[in-house]
Ligand binder design. Structure first.
Ligand code: PLP
Length: 380
């Protein structure tokens, strides 16, 4: 057996993999600051590439995580009892409606594993979050990509719900929506989303991914939790990676009907949320001040950065999140490289089908100024 395995060529390994995995390309994360510092020998590098909170974590979350480390010879609570209790109180739901994940990416995958698979299809929009096609393919389901809004739409490149509804088939089990969407920043208004959700056939689980919900200030933005009681096939996902500033700890969760949560928890690894992460997330929920501060900074700077980019003659997609998607109307990679040379890491989105756009995370005032300064130099 051993000898036989050793004789296989790498090409044979591809044959050994399940069909869904053969065609996968791994998720491309934003470039880490440390990597750029090493490569260019730059002192000051700013990362505006992964939509993290530029203010960092809540000091209370950090203290709770540090404290929890003393118990790290023990397994964490596999049911995340304390965190779920804190979440249930904060969200006004039952703990039985919650599924915790190692980031909300984990939860998105649990949905695919529990409900999709060979012989089933999953619907999502083009230019939506890259994890949807990834998890769909990995479980051997067929991904169906909906045409997005056109560039002239008031939510350019955003989800076209009518186009998505038309693609739903008898074998469709999951629909993924991001609201607001990454990488475009566009969002769905309350009445259009509600109408779409209510028309969905009951054999479809619909995931509304609200990774940026805490940042949204638009008055027509719906918190999809309000429909959970009426729509048992709805799953709302949230994360501590963005406004809560805990991306490195990997904590996300889903709120759903308890029976859906039960199924998601059947495929969940028992200790998917590590010990300090559980403590940090629970403490972060209690730090309203840090969240408010983060929100306020973002709404001011989102506005200021957007206006400054527009004043440079650039086309900026409307955004309800903590990033801006900028259309350069030319290949964006040279601009990305020019910014890198100046110590500013932003995010190319060619892998999202947007080769002429870059996605820029809203940073601190100083970081945004440095980004604007570098961009002016690059564009001449
Ligand atoms: C950042 C992001 C997430 C969050 O991922 P985590 O695994 O929770 O860090 C989920 N959905 C979208 C659309 C995102 O942009």
């Amino acid at each position: 057996m051993q000898a036989e395995v050793r004789m296989l060529t790498s090409c044979d390994f591809l044959e050994l993999a399940v069909p869904g995995v053969r065609g996968l390309s791994p998720y491309q994360p934003g470039k880490p600051e440390t990597e750029l510092r090493r490569e260019l020998g730059l002192q000051r590098v700013i990362k505006l590439a992964s939509n993290e909170n530029p203010l960092g974590p809540s000091p209370r979350a950090l203290a709770a995580a540090t404290d929890a480390l003393r118990g790290c010879h023990r397994y964490p609570d596999g049911n995340a009892f304390e965190l779920k209790r804190a979440l249930a109180t904060s969200l006004g739901c039952q703990p039985e409606q919650l599924t915790v994940g190692n980031g909300s990416n984990d939860v998105l995958e649990l949905v695919a594993r529990a409900f999709a698979g060979p012989g089933r299809s999953v619907v999502y929009s083009r230019h939506a979050f890259a994890v949807y096609p990834l998890v769909t393919q990995a479980v051997g389901a067929q991904g169906i990509e909906a045409e997005p809004n056109g560039p002239e739409h008031f939510q350019p490149y955003g989800h076209d719900l009518a186009a998505m509804a038309r693609l739903i088939r008898p074998d469709t089990r999951v629909v993924y929506l991001a609201n607001p969407n990454n990488p475009t920043g566009t969002w769905l208004g309350s009445s259009e989303l509600e109408a779409f959700l209510r028309e969905l056939p009951t054999h479809v689980i619909v995931v509304v991914d609200e990774a940026y919900a805490e940042y949204v200030t638009q008055s027509d933005y719906p918190d999809a939790r309000r429909w959970l009681d009426a729509l048992p096939n709805l799953v709302v996902t949230r994360t501590f990676s963005k406004a809560y500033g805990l991306a490195g700890f990997r904590v996300g969760y889903a709120i759903s009907h308890p029976e859906v949560a039960d199924l998601l928890n059947r495929v969940r690894q028992p200790f998917n949320l590590n010990l300090p992460a559980q403590a940090a997330a629970a403490a972060a929920l209690g730090d309203h001040e840090h969240l408010e501060h983060s929100r306020a900074l973002n709404s001011r700077e989102l506005q200021r950065l957007g206006a400054a980019l527009s004043a440079m003659g650039l086309e900026v997609l409307p955004s309800a999140a903590n990033f801006l998607c900028v259309d350069f109307h030319q290949r964006a990679m040279p601009i990305f490289d020019g910014l890198l040379q100046r110590g500013v890491i932003v995010r190319p989105v060619a892998n999202y089908g947007l080769p002429e756009h870059l996605r820029i995370t809203v940073g601190t005032v100083e970081e945004n100024d440095q980004c604007l300064y570098a961009l002016r130099e690059v564009l001449g």
